[in-house]
Design a protein around this ligand. Structure first.
Ligand SMILES: C[S@@+](CC[C@H](N)C(=O)[O-])C[C@H]1O[C@@H](n2cnc3c(N)ncnc32)[C@H](O)[C@@H]1O
Length: 440
């Protein structure tokens, strides 16, 4: 139920679909916005509202709970989302007049839950400004989790890895939007000049060569984008391809390739060098179809459906296993993931990764290279996978980059088993990536 052209109704519809696990945030928003015929500006508002509510969900619930006589659990999910949306606007957005937010929330509550719902929402939102927000103090996972709106287990994991102060910095970074990071496949200097002429501000990234943070009112409406002069790719994802360091003439395999960001990067690098032999596979046929469309017809590129947990009777010079993972390094872009993952799902993913790394390793020729990467911050899916692999496959050894390899300052990213990138330290997605060499 939504009024045509209403950003707040689209936001409410989107939150319902995300809660029901019908889709991830971006897809759910895209489909609700299309149905409602939302214009680009209102799409921006709907994205801000939904990302904001999903980021701050636990903190908003903590604020609303004392005002709900029957408690959060007994409140209908649709009404709770109306309240979260309004509480987010009142607490976190300066430019929305309070009266408009409350009025809209009451109208929405009437739409989803009748007069009773409207009365409840009206009463709670009128009481809200009179009730100061009381946040728990201290360094326990629960206190940190409420203050920075993460589940306890994830707050505990961050505290365990980084200590309480730095964990708070990481969780706070998760609650801020990610920058738009791009690279230019052709002539970077010419692209930079074109983008600047179109009103963009470009800031070179600190690590990946040729990566910029791009600021523009509507970057995807620029002529430079329409002409394919730049591609969007987070800096950490770019670094994974630099770690793979494909050389002209290499036989390459990208084992978990969809949607194709890293394969595209490999193709772009090989184009510049003039030779490509790349197999890009994914387990899901629909994703492989879209991957083939994205990459287009390129000499030397092969796409196929393949389960990376199964043997492949081929050998390669370089293999990239960008494994399916819990994605907890991408919470700035995908705020809903924090409410979906559980310690159990992390353990399941880690078990699958342990099989995949072995199957992929089997295809690496002596002297060849395997890059393993995950966009997450759990030890179980990163260093622990590599440590166990190296224990039972002595024909492989770590091959970490020297600090200046490829003109990249790897030093600050290097740990004992690979590189780590962090949103709060480096303003990029959280990745673990490592390079292994099969002894000749
Ligand atoms: C982290 S994403 C890869 C992102 C991609 N490398 C890129 O840069 O765009 C992981 C991918 O693994 C795929 N996948 C999941 N299980 C798989 C399996 N058993 N074998 C191969 N691919 C799998 C998923 O479909 C997903 O597209």
């Amino acid at each position: 139920m939504s009024r045509p052209g209403s950003a707040r109704d689209v936001a409410l519809d989107t939150l319902r679909a995300v809660d029901a696990r019908e889709a991830f945030l971006q897809q759910a928003l895209e489909s609700a916005a299309q149905k409602a015929g939302l214009d680009p500006r209102d799409r921006g508002l709907a994205l801000e509202l939904t990302s904001g509510v999903l980021r701050q969900q636990r903190r908003l619930d903590h604020r609303l709970a004392p005002l709900l006589r029957r408690g959060l659990e007994a409140t209908a999910p649709a009404v709770l989302n109306v309240l979260r949306l309004a509480a987010y606007q009142l607490g976190f957005m300066d430019r929305v007049p309070a009266r408009a937010a409350v009025h809209e929330a009451v109208v929405q509550a009437r739409m989803v839950a009748g007069e009773g719902g409207a009365r409840l929402v009206n009463a709670v939102l009128r009481a809200l400004p009179q009730t100061p927000e009381t946040l728990p103090e201290g360094e326990t996972p629960e206190a940190v989790g409420v203050r920075l709106s993460h589940p306890d287990w994830l707050a505990a994991l961050a505290i365990d890895r980084l200590g309480p102060a730095e964990a708070e910095a990481l969780l706070a970074a998760h609650n801020r939007p990610a920058p738009l990071t791009v690279r230019a496949p052709g002539d970077p200097a010419a692209t930079a000049a074109r983008l600047t002429a179109e009103g963009a501000t470009l800031t070179p990234c600190a690590f990946a060569p040729g990566a910029w943070h791009l600021e523009h009112r509507a970057p995807f409406a620029t002529a430079a984008f329409a002409e394919g002069l730049f591609r969007v790719q987070d800096e950490a994802a770019q670094l994974v391809v630099h770690l793979l360091a494909p050389q002209p003439g290499d036989r390459l395999w990208d084992a978990c390739a969809a949607p194709g960001g890293k394969s595209q990067h490999i193709v772009d690098l090989a184009h510049a060098a003039g030779r490509l032999a790349l197999l890009s596979t994914d387990a899901h046929p629909g994703k492989v179809r879209r991957l083939a469309e994205t990459l287009g017809r390129v000499t030397g590129l092969e796409t196929a459906v393949h389960d990376a947990g199964e043997p492949l009777e081929r050998t390669f010079d370089r293999v990239l296993l960008d494994a399916p993972c819990s994605g907890l390094g991408t919470l700035r872009r995908h705020p809903e993931i924090r409410w979906r993952r559980t310690p159990e799902s992390v353990a399941e993913l880690a078990a699958a990764q342990a099989v995949m790394i072995r199957r992929c390793a089997d295809t690496v020729r002596p002297g060849g290279t395997l890059v393993y990467s995950v966009c997450t911050l759990t030890e179980a899916e990163g260093p622990a996978i590599v440590e166990a692999f190296l224990r039972d496959r002595p024909e492989f050894a770590l091959d970490l980059p020297s600090p200046g390899e490829g003109g990249i300052d790897w030093g600050p990213l290097l740990g004992p088993l690979g590189i780590f990138t962090w949103p709060h330290r480096h303003d990029m997605d959280g990745f673990f990536a490592t390079r292994l060499r099969r002894k000749a």
